[in-house]
Design a protein around this ligand. Structure first.
Ligand code: NAD
Length: 325
């Protein structure tokens, strides 16, 4: 069995790849993995065990049709993580988001059809639903994305669904809430704040800090993706939420406590444009249909994540310098 993982050198994709190669997914202990990754600023070769006998890294673009047509034969399944993933960058310019997230998904799925790939999982996000004041989104909620990032992901979801509906491509979609864990690029909230605190700097909290996000450990998300790959129904969407809702301020306070700092390290900065007040997913479907349940306790997972950044300064220092320009 050979699986192609797009974006497998990024945060979530690489966790999925490391878990697969470590034999943590039943029935896939001997699976061979091809990572296709452009190694943008967000991709890092150090995230995957290069030299592993069942791993091949192909540095390339998911928009490159010829590359995909040559690469895909022999692969039974594709898990599609590759994307531009940072909302703030999409506010500065949406071009790369439309190209990679929308066009890249179309090119990839056409190549999957042309080469007879048997199964595809398209990894998406809760941000496609927009914002919700109370209650939680089920999978049939209308898509009302508010940022260019979310809009590009919503477009890619619809393209993916259309390839199932029109062409019969065996494909499922996951929509997960905010992930946290090791190996996340230091531009994202938790790693940005942890690394700032470790460097003795302050943390820039958007607006009043009362925006609510639902946090899922990357390990739980990866297991959910594997469940959907193996047992998800074609054409279906599966929310992956976890139920752990926190304001950004509450997460910040937990991080301050974990590094032994006080609230004077918080600096309130003008709110992000169009900042969604609240996300909340109803994940009854994946729990009841596929038996999924998150396993990582938030407080413990967060403490472990902080410890990982403390122990792996070399991993994030260079990326952080680069992001600062
Ligand atoms: P990431 O930014 O850490 O990684 C993205 C990876 O894709 C990088 O390795 C990058 O080099 C690669 N990539 C970018 N453009 C490419 C291209 N044109 N061709 C090939 N490779 C390319 O992102 P992440 O946080 O790991 O997210 C992975 C997926 O999960 C994305 O599709 C994202 O929308 C989705 N998602 C993320 C979260 C989250 O909280 N991080 C939550 C839900 C869903």
């Amino acid at each position: 069995m050979r699986i192609l993982v797009t974006g497998g050198a990024g945060f979530i994709g690489s966790h999925y790849v490391r878990s697969l190669l470590a034999g943590r997914y039943p029935g896939y202990e001997q699976a061979h993995v091809t990572v296709l990754d452009k190694l943008t600023y967000a991709g890092n070769k150090e995230n995957i065990p290069l030299g592993h006998p069942r791993l091949e890294l192909v540095v390339g673009d998911v928009c490159d049709r010829e590359l995909l047509l040559g690469l895909l034969p022999g692969h039974t399944a594709v898990v599609h993580f590759a994307a531009e993933s940072h909302v703030d960058r999409s506010l500065a310019s949406a071009s790369a988001f439309i190209r990679t997230n929308v066009q890249g998904t179309q090119v990839l799925l056409e190549a999957c059809l042309a080469t007879g790939v048997e199964r595809v999982v398209h990894v998406s996000t809760d941000e496609v639903y927009g914002t919700i004041e109370s209650g939680s989104w089920t999978e049939d909620w209308p898509l009302l994305p508010n940022s260019p990032y979310a809009a590009s992901k919503a477009a890619s979801d619809l393209i993916a669904r259309a390839f199932w509906r029109s062409h019969g491509l065996d494909l499922s979609i996951t929509r997960c809430s905010n992930n946290f864990g090791p190996h996340q690029h230091p531009e994202k909230l938790i790693p940005l704040f942890v690394t700032n605190l470790l460097e003795g700097e302050r943390v820039p909290l958007y607006g009043d800090g009362l925006n609510v996000r639902e946090w899922v450990h990357v390990d739980d998300h990866s297991r959910a993706i594997q469940l959907v790959l193996t047992r998800g129904r074609p054409g279906e969407v599966y929310n992956v939420g976890g139920g752990n809702e926190q304001t950004n301020l509450a997460v910040t306070e937990l991080l301050l406590e974990l590094v032994g700092a006080d609230r004077s390290r918080i600096v309130h900065v003008p709110d992000r444009k169009g900042h969604d007040p609240r996300y909340s997913l109803d994940e009854t479907k994946i729990r009841e249909e596929l038996g999924y349940a998150p396993e990582t306790d938030f407080a413990q997972g967060l403490a472990d994540t902080v410890a990982w950044y403390r122990d792996n300064v070399h991993w994030w220092k260079a990326s952080k310098e680069l992001s600062r320009g």
